[in-house]
Design a protein around this ligand. Structure first.
Ligand SMILES: Nc1ncnc2c1ncn2[C@@H]1O[C@H](COP(=O)(O)OP(=O)(O)OP(=O)(O)O)[C@@H](O)[C@H]1O
Ligand SMILES: [Mg+2]
Length: 381
């Protein structure tokens, strides 16, 4: 059975649009400019990078720094990424290994038993984590230059290294290489937006002003129309009825993860879905995800929960205006403060673009970011 709408990375025909973002990244790869992908969770950062590297056919390494909270974990993952990178650049054999040993002179370089991968084992145990990262990336940069290759180094969940004791110096080492290289293009991304942006927007941080910011917003209903019709043709041999399409967009509010979640339910049906099927499937999504949504809510203060509830019922352009204050039954200062922390947590978002299928969404409106959570809050308020 085909997974038309995956919960994990959207690859190949599962991937929809993102043309502008791909153009932007392609130019940055050509110019060797580094980029920070800036988006709330589950908007499609990893899917975008994976599709980019497939299209460009550029050698790349993807390093996931999830829970890399100590120096050793950070170093090991970055060095593993360098190993991946090397095996993408060169057809590895014993002869090339000698050349690599020259480039990565501070490491013991070896060809692993399962094919083309490299182990970087600290030769004499003398290098500290920062030197290891610096020497490894420098060696990679030199190799890419000698081979006249461009190379993408994708560092995902990058904010997680912040708690490692040598984090700042490791970032300094990355900065040093990133500033000089004309062959390695860094793409940074992460799911904790506030922490990630602190690493690039704060003057005291090593990576300050080194990268272009690429904000990733929701796609438009036009982008999804052709994608969903194509998938409907594959499954049922015909287009989705316009009302069904509009309802999918209205419920998911174009949140990429939720479009896929709802469509996955619908594409399990034997027959072309009806308008009522869309409602029923959304309710199934809610029942399956109820525990997670409640757990997310429980992490908030009572006041934050109240503001979230009020905004789910009455999204507001001016949350400190009389109208919203009377809905929320809170003082303006408290509303402002709680909205700020909910925006920081990516529980709320400010609308930056309009869509013809979503007339209820206004520019600059503050809305609950998770459409299934907003649905639940409205339903049970
Ligand atoms: N362009 C796209 N076309 C189709 N589906 C997409 C697209 N982008 C993302 N998705 C879907 O949205 C969900 C999130 O995608 P992905 O894992 O790439 O996002 P992410 O921003 O990296 O998430 P996280 O913050 O959890 O790392 C997945 O279900 C994925 O299949
Ligand atoms: Mg991701």
């Amino acid at each position: 059975m085909s997974d038309y709408f995956p919960a994990k990375l959207a690859l190949g025909t599962q991937f929809c649009n993102r043309k502008k973002e791909k153009e932007f990244l392609t130019k940055n790869v050509d110019k060797c400019r580094h980029t920070v992908l800036n988006a709330p969770r589950r908007y499609g950062k990893s899917s975008l990078v994976m599709n980019l590297v497939t299209d460009l056919k550029v050698p790349f390494a993807s390093v996931d720094l999830f829970l890399a909270h100590d120096d050793n974990a950070v170093t090991k993952r970055i060095l593993d990424g360098i190993g991946q990178a090397v095996s993408h650049i060169l057809p590895l054999n014993q002869k090339i290994l000698v050349k690599l040993q020259g480039l990565f002179s501070k490491f013991k370089v070896s060809l692993s038993a399962h094919g083309f991968s490299l182990d970087f084992t600290l030769a004499a145990g003398t290098l500290d984590p920062v030197d290891q990262v610096f020497s490894g990336l420098q060696g990679l940069s030199r190799l890419a230059k000698e081979e006249n290759k461009k190379f993408i180094f994708f560092l995902d969940e990058f904010q997680d290294i912040q708690t490692a004791p040598s984090s700042k110096s490791i970032q300094g080492a990355i900065r040093h290489v990133a500033q000089e290289t004309a062959n390695i293009v860094f793409i940074f991304s992460g799911s904790n937006r506030r922490l990630l942006l602190e690493m690039f927007d704060d003057k005291s941080m090593p990576l300050y002003m080194l990268c272009d910011m690429l904000p990733l917003d929701r796609m438009s209903s036009d982008d999804y129309r052709s994608h969903l019709h194509k998938m409907a043709k594959k499954k049922w041999g015909e287009d989705l009825p316009p009302m069904v399409f509009d309802k999918i967009i209205a419920l998911t509010e174009l949140h990429p993860y939720y479009v896929n979640l709802l469509c996955n339910e619908l594409w399990n049906l034997d027959n072309l879905p009806t308008y009522d099927d869309v409602f029923a499937a959304w309710q199934v999504c809610y029942e399956t995800h109820e525990d997670r949504l409640i757990a997310d809510l429980e992490k908030l203060t009572i006041k934050q929960q109240d503001v979230l509830k009020a905004l789910a019922m009455h999204p507001a352009v001016e949350p400190t205006g009389q109208k919203f204050l009377s809905h929320s039954k809170m003082a303006a200062s408290s509303v402002t403060q709680n909205i700020k922390s909910l925006l920081d947590k990516d529980m709320l978002y400010k609308v930056k673009k309009l869509d013809p299928i979503l007339p209820q969404i206004y520019l600059h409106q503050i809305r609950v970011l998770d459409p299934l959570l907003a649905y639940a809050l409205r339903k049970y308020s």
